[in-house]
Each structure stands twice: as structure tokens, then as C-alpha cells.
Design a protein around this ligand. Structure first.
Ligand SMILES: NC(=O)c1ccc[n+]([C@@H]2O[C@H](COP(=O)([O-])OP(=O)(O)OC[C@H]3O[C@@H](n4cnc5c(N)ncnc54)[C@H](O)[C@@H]3O)[C@@H](O)[C@H]2O)c1
Length: 258
């Protein structure tokens, strides 16, 4: 199937590693020109180099997309890199030490950084990308939600669940605002994806997670990349305001879940 992505320009945020990197590779494999954002400039440069080595057009736009001026500068740089902007994948994410405490013990700083990184960045980048997409007559925005939204979230991640639920609400409403301009806005809800983060889990914790999943395994970053490439394609023009789950069928959490 021709996804119609040849020559399209895609900005992927938080793409130095993990899911974002896989999304960038998947879009590049379909002929898109890629702009790699990350708050880690060296990581972004490494990803750009890898893409170029593989024969793809790529440029870096490092910066903090949760910051008001930072996000605007990143989107402007992305639009300037190849003279247009067609695709925005809002993927940048933080977790780790900011997660794991129940609501009453959660620091305000940990709430704020998670909401900023996941939700505020999605708002800021989308706001600045839409005029560029409208100018080109084509637009695809893919936002990153989570199965913490579809399943309500496990204890200890109220900040993350709130941010990812916000991403979903933002997606559904914005889809109605821009659909008439040939721009679609969708959200994905991956389950546990085998990234660097998951690699830090103990073998016991990994076994519990895969044991609870109907597929008996983790999702692979390349599978998320393939989904995102399709959602960004010309074939997906009538998918708008949707939440696509990619969780192997494990959509709920119970007490004791890891
Ligand atoms: N890994 C999973 O199991 C999983 C499941 C569901 C959803 N997600 C979501 O997918 C996305 C990617 O997850 P991942 O596992 O690849 O994470 P990751 O931590 O491996 O990668 C996230 C990237 O975002 C970058 N980043 C962080 N803050 C940033 C900022 N303010 N501006 C620009 N870049 C920033 C980081 O430097 C990092 O390279 C996140 O939104 C995450 O919440 C992940």
C-alpha cells in the first residue's frame, strides 16, 4: 500500500530514543523527511546521523517542547528545515522518578513536570504546527496518550493519567476544529512498549507484565512506528479524533499491577 508520505516533512518530538525514534524511522522508511526533536541535543544529533546514514533526509530541532518559547522555536525550525511541515508526532515524555507516589504524597513539582511534558507540549507544538500545515493543505497530528487512560491508570501515576487523559480530550476537540482543513488529529494509546525504560525493570516485573497481557509479550517500538506511519498517511484521511489502542488487548489495571 502506498502511504503517500514521499516528500512529506515530519516533526517527531522526544525522538532521540525509544518510541519516538521508531516512529521517525517508520516515517522515513515511507519517504518522509524527518525533523528530530529532543531535549537531549546529542541524542537528537545521533538519531539524525543514523537516518542520514540510512539514506534519508533528516534534520535536528533540539529543545524543550514543554517550554512556551522552546516549543515555538522547535516548530519554526522544523518548518524551516525543508520549507514545509506536514506531520507532527507529539511523543516527548517523562516518567521515572516523577512517578510512583500516590496522590496525597505527590509533590506539586512532579505533577507539574509530567503535565508540562506530555500535555502542555502537545498543546504548544500543535498550536504552532497547524498554520504551517494549513499553508501546505495537508496535516497529520498524532498525540501520545496511554492505556493508563483507557484502563484508569495504576496506583501511583495520577499525574501521568491526568496528563494522558488531557491529551485525549485535547485531541478529540482539536480534531473537530481543523478537520475541515485537511488536517487530522488522532491519539494512540500504547500498552507497555519495550523501550530503554522497560529494560530497567527486573525480570520478575517483566514476567508479571507479559503474563497479564493476552499476547504474552511487550509491544515493540517498531509496531508503534508502523501505526503512526499509517495514521499520518493519505490513506488515513478519514480517521480523525480517534484513540487507537495498541496494548495487545490488556486495557485495564488492577491493584497489584506493576
Ligand atoms: N514505553 C511505554 O511503555 C509507553 C507506553 C505508553 C505510552 N508511552 C508514551 O510514549 C512516549 C515515548 O515513550 P518512551 O518509552 O519512548 O520514552 P523515553 O523516555 O524512552 O523517550 C522520551 C524522550 O523524550 C525526551 N524528552 C523528555 N522531555 C522532553 C521535552 N520537554 N522536550 C523534548 N524532549 C523531551 C527524552 O529526552 C527522551 O528522549 C511518551 O509520551 C510515553 O509517555 C510509553
Amino acid at each position: 500500500m502506498d502511504l503517500g508520505l514521499e516528500g512529506k516533512v515530519a516533526l517527531v518530538t522526544g525522538a532521540a530514543r525509544g518510541i519516538g525514534r521508531a516512529e521517525a524511522l517508520a516515517l522515513a522508511a515511507e519517504g518522509a523527511r524527518i525533523v528530530i526533536n529532543d531535549i537531549d541535543p546529542e541524542g537528537a544529533a545521533r538519531c539524525v546521523e543514523d537516518l542520514r546514514q540510512a539514506g534519508h533526509d533528516a534534520a535536528a530541532a533540539p529543545g524543550d517542547v514543554s517550554d512556551t518559547a522552546g516549543a515555538e522555536a522547535v516548530v519554526r525550525a522544523a518548518g524551516a528545515a525543508f520549507g514545509r511541515l506536514d506531520i507532527l508526532v507529539n511523543n516527548a515524555g517523562a516518567g521515572g522518578r516523577h512517578l510512583g507516589r500516590k496522590a496525597e504524597d505527590l509533590d506539586v513539582e512532579d505533577f507539574d513536570i509530567i503535565v508540562r511534558t506530555h500535555l502542555r507540549s502537545t498543546f504548544l507544538c500543535s498550536k504552532h504546527a497547524v498554520p504551517l500545515m494549513r499553508a501546505g493543505g495537508f496535516g497529520r497530528i498524532v498525540n501520545t496518550s496511554s492505556m493508563n487512560v483507557t484502563g484508569g491508570g495504576r496506583p501511583g501515576v495520577t499525574n501521568y493519567s491526568a496528563a494522558k487523559a488531557g491529551v485525549l480530550g485535547y485531541t478529540r476537540t482539536m480534531a473537530k476544529e481543523v478537520g475541515g482543513d485537511g488536517i487530522t488529529v488522532n491519539a494512540i494509546a500504547p500498552g507497555y512498549v519495550a523501550t530503554e525504560f522497560i529494560a530497567t525493570f527486573s525480570p520478575e516485573k517483566r514476567a508479571v507484565i507479559t503474563g497479564q497481557n493476552p499476547m504474552g509479550r511487550f509491544c515493540q517500538p517498531e509496531e508503534v512506528g508502523a501505526l503512526v506511519a499509517f495514521l499520518c498517511s493519505t490513506q488515513a484521511a478519514f480517521i480523525n479524533g480517534a484513540l487507537i489502542c495498541m496494548d495487545g488487548g490488556k486495557r485495564d489495571f488492577h491493584w497489584g499491577d506493576t
